[in-house]
Design a protein around this ligand. Sequence first.
Ligand code: HEM
Length: 400
Amino acid sequence: MTAVDTEPLAWDPLNEKYKGDPHPIWKRLRDEAPLYYNEELDFYAVSRFADVDAFSRDPKTFCSSHGTVLEMIKADPIDMEMMIFMDPPEHTRYRRLVSKAFTPRRMKLLEEDIRTLCAALLDDLTGRSSFDYVQDFGARVPAYVIAALLGVPPEDRDTVRGWIDESFHLDPETGMSNDVSATAMFGFLEYLGATLADRQKNPRDDMFTDLVNMEIVEEDGEPRHLTLEQAVNFAALIGSAGTETVARMLGWAALTLDKNPEQRAELAADPGLIPNCVEEILRYEAPSPVQSRWCTADVELHGGTIPARSKVVMVTGSAGRDERAYPDADRFDIHRKFDHHLSFGYGIHFCLGAALARTEGRIALEETFKRFPEWSVDMDGAVPLYTSTVRGYTKLPINV
Ligand code: HEM
């Protein structure tokens, strides 16, 4: 029995105490308080797979337009035109439109870029006895991939990566809102605005051009396209949604496989096992472990009521470890057979970049195994990162 087992049940997503290993407290939430209420911060939380799944499928009752990060949810809808904060019908229209920019052709081209990029980054590290798997590799891959996806020219990619990195700067006092991240975000948005405006006049074969030019015809027969501001917001959203998450996933992969060396050896011998391993890593350590919603109607659950106009946290990271959904859920198993997990969200907000993230995970691991079939993580140098939106490691030194 650990200290966590005997304490009164209290949880909030950013409590320092649970950052290291939140799994014991999440298990207590699932078992003892499947509908949990935090009086101090006035929010409800659901942690079982079935509840997170059901809430994700009901965007009318559990809506996103008031924000999806607990600290930012207010009684009024937020004023930010990003699809992740939209409800139907606006979300439906917007998602149909931007999905057109994720064409199979563009994804296929990107796959070649991802392999070249992973190979180049890892070749540079070959010959060293140690390096930082996240700083030197895992965090670099997604920022360059998003830049390539959008159509950022190679000479601007380092600058763009710098803005994306700094936009996630955490201040010990003020968290994610601070001058470093605001300045970086401002620089990135200005760059996006100028580049997108340029593509309106000088189209190229890239996603920037698709975003400003593509059009859909609505049910009312009206053609619609994104405004310049909407296109900037979308590019900024994928810049943030598609980088930190993938960097965390790759860090979890390096750590979890080092803790399971027999399974790592199997993967090194048979790369065909890697795609299922990526799914298992996502289930086992969700890179984005909490999603929040605003509840629009009274909801009865587990003998209690979530009143309308409440904040609700869906503990996705806990859903992945729910033994009601996954036998022996705390066991990491690259051969586990399962239909779905919730680590990319579910329902209408299901991660738009899921296919890309899976491809990045697969290729990053394939290229890693080609050069480094074994490694050992130096936990003394590892630096955990737990923000309002992601959980994982920002530094993960490995000896190879
Ligand atoms: C391992 C990597 C990733 C994880 C774990 C992840 C996780 C998630 C989750 C949980 C959601 C749902 C949020 C909610 O319901 O409130 C989401 C949505 C989203 N993700 Fe990802 N994501 C990843 C990679 C990416 C990538 C690479 C991109 C972009 C290329 C991306 C773009 C988006 C977008 C645009 C949405 C909003 C979709 C909508 O509102 O309809 N994500 N992601």
